[in-house]
Design a protein around this ligand. Sequence first.
Ligand SMILES: [Zn+2]
Length: 632
Amino acid sequence: MEKVRIQDDLYMYVNQETLDKLVIPDDKPATGGFSTLNEEVEKLMIDEFNAMVKSKEYPNDYLKRTLTLYKAAKNVAKKDKDGIKPALKRLEMIKNLDSMSAFNRKLKTLVMEGMPLPFDIAVQADLKDAEHNCLYIQGPSVVLPDASYYKPEMAQQKQALIGMWTNMAQMILAKTDLSAEEQTKYLEDTLAFDEMLGALVKTSEEWSEYVKAYNPMKTSRVSGLVKPIRFRALLKALFGTAPEKVVVLEPRYFKAFKEVFNEENFEMYKHWAYVRALLGACPYLSEELRDMGGMFMRAITGVPVCTPVEKFAYQLASSMYSEPVGLYYGEKYFGEEAKKDITEIVYQIIDTYKERIKTNDILEEATKEKAILKLSKMGVKMGYPDKVDELYDLLVFGERKSLLDIVASLKKIRFQYQLDSINKPVNKEEWAMPGHMVNACYNPSVNDITFPAAILQAPFYSLKQTRSENLGGIGAVIGHEISHAFDSNGAKCDENGNINNWWTKADNKRFDKKVNQMVKQFDGIELPWGKVNGKFIVSENMADNGGMAVTLDIMSRTEGASFEEYFMNWARVWCIKAKPEYLQLLLTVDVHGPTCLRANIPPRNFPEWYDTFKVKKSDKMYIAPSKRVVIW
Ligand SMILES: [Zn+2]
């Protein structure tokens, strides 16, 4: 087969050989790039876990508890004798609700036990007052992976997906003590209730608009909206005194709340809650039920087999005790030398950003000053935190319980800890991601970036790679995260993380014009697995564009820099081999664009791309100068 030209397809030119060799593991929907690193970290840490279990020597008490959970999760596979019983026992809580008033009496318990409710609450930083926490309310999740499937134009896909989900639910319900008629009724009611929710809750595209989620209301008003729920009484029971304000994340849903949840639909709700809680419990019951409970997600992501029990146990233990595990990983596998080097790169990028803002053609002078202030105040979290949060001192559990009860009790402690933060200042020292996670993020409400140790390795970053390769890898990703401070969401938050309009109308107008150009670069692109929605992924694409602009700027001032190495490593980090079902799902639920486009579209906006590879009009990766866009 003839090799593709770099000028036509950078992504394939760089990754073709790797893609030919890559084999997607049977229990995963994808491999390559981020996923390969993930698999490696997982394997390494499972070996670590097994060695600790064998030697009975634990680095600290947190890891001792982590490993106790790991063992309990592994053992549940061997001892299937209890099977579904622990779930049935917990579900009594829902079965016994014989009326709306019984529901209200038990509401605090239902909330604390994480039972499915027609609403969910959370305590988080106030988006307009980032120093303080406040109460948020939102609707429940739906059976399908996104509410957009419930739109009339998606009816056909929805029917197919609901069919797969129903198959799974039927098999699991058959294991319960419900009669055949009851099983049918429970399932019908679940789907009918879900149908009502699907028409009202937000789609991923709607969630991607951060500022629109901020709808503060007086508690009395929310209480009125959610009647027949005794909301104020619930808040008093949970907090001592009811907070005065609640931020309603999904106003459309709560305005229609009474049509969904009322005396007439109460039985329907109960059956929905029972089925959702039952399915949610499956991973913690037995091998057979964990396998069954994963059928739907596997079907829609194209994964042939269930996660092996050892990996499942690791994933559970390392997510429940994420900070101690991340700290252990970071200290052992990410050295001080690398931390120093990478922190230097970060500040170089921030400084370059400031310079670029000064000459930027979007913002007026006064706004530029604020943008530079925002960069100066940006928090930088690299590698792993110095210590774990005090939450982990509280996360203890009784070993003699079933795995389901252990998990429920740990989730309850985590939730109580979150609720208790309502009257405390926001903990800005908290890390959004643990050290062993292969990812990175910008948190708009804290105005900080987090780069866990696990992403700070090749091909993203290595002391063994050239500076050009590191800039095309981790450098561009760091620039990407910093750009989120100025993407269509971040531009609406100030240097303290508050939603605050610090832009002038003219700034916004010039910015929106560029945003629209960016939407157009991606919108409607047809891939073998579906069509791209340019608006949905615009924030991420703007971040990629910003990340590339700032790192190319540094490249131009770096002695001995190789643009060839830069662009090639940029394409290397986006390498992915995935199941078509999974790629299709991502188009609907992921705010990031398909990685082949993330590799191939941003370079076309920059002269360095054209100069380095002599890209001409007749090449596929050429766009006319009038269509090129650089935002920051
Ligand atoms: Zn991003």
